[in-house]
Design a protein around this ligand. Structure first.
Ligand SMILES: [Zn+2]
Length: 246
């Protein structure tokens, strides 16, 4: 049976969790979902990478378009592809954290366990020499205690106000994804895309880059300017590596 009671229950729990814990309404006030509504500045963000060749294809597109972006990277993916992290960083993009394993459970656990945050920060700092201070929780699920412990560590928790379904597989058409996102974009928007798949080393994903190539010139023609998420929110993207003990 495809709709066994346990499956229905799981779907219900996931839907309720997303409503309570994710943007736009969830997260107990800890999320920054957009920048100033008085300014034409907006930010492109990409979750779940890096992977090959998907992130390479996207970085090529961003280089061609000459716009900066913010990548919320998974620790295990970072360990596989430090070269891609280094490339994104040196090309002017911001590297944020999307936790170590992309585990929803790790962030939901009460208590003071921050291993999933600290390990990801270390993986990224090992490559770029700075610890990330932008964080986006896996699945967008943020509990009040996770929000509290991240804030204590100096993180800005970045949500979004334009959500795309580009993570789906098989990939939805990039032009359709871009057109929908364009209609939803407003001053200060943070747009959420996915350059890869968390915990997957190789991922041949191409429609996101196609969507970006379509939406960037379109939104620029609408008068928008692309900036990093840290610039949009007026916060620091990194902290000096004081806490790392090798
Ligand atoms: Zn994710």
């Amino acid at each position: 049976m495809s709709f066994a009671p346990t499956q229905l229950l799981k779907q219900g729990v996931n839907k309720t969790g997303t409503l309570l814990l994710s943007p736009p309404v969830g997260g107990f006030g800890y999320f920054r979902n957009h920048g100033s509504r008085q300014s034409r500045k907006i930010a492109l963000t990409f979750d779940d990478g890096p992977s090959k060749p998907s992130t390479e294809i996207l970085l090529d597109a961003l280089a061609e378009l000459k716009v900066p972006a913010t990548f919320f990277c998974v620790g295990v993916n970072t360990a596989w592809h430090p070269d891609l992290i280094q490339r994104a960083y040196s090309e002017g993009h911001i590297i944020g954290s999307h936790s170590m394993q992309h585990s929803r459970k790790a962030g939901l656990k009460p208590g003071n366990n921050t291993d999933h945050i600290d390990q990801a920060a270390k993986e990224i700092a090992d490559v770029i020499g700075q610890e990330p201070r932008l964080y986006r929780p896996p699945w967008g699920w943020l509990t009040p205690w996770e929000g509290h412990r991240l804030t204590q560590k100096g993180y800005t928790i970045v949500g979004w106000d334009v959500y795309t379904l580009d993570w789906k597989w098989p990939e939805p058409d990039g032009i359709m994804v871009a057109e929908k996102a364009r209609r939803e974009t407003q001053n200060g928007s943070i747009l959420l895309f996915h350059d890869a798949n968390a915990g997957v080393k190789e991922w041949d994903k191409r429609e996101t880059a196609r969507a970006v190539k379509h939406i960037v010139p379109a939104l620029q023609a609408d008068g928008y300017e692309f900036v990093t998420a840290s610039e949009l929110l007026g916060v620091s993207a990194y902290a000096p590596v004081l806490s790392l003990v090798k």
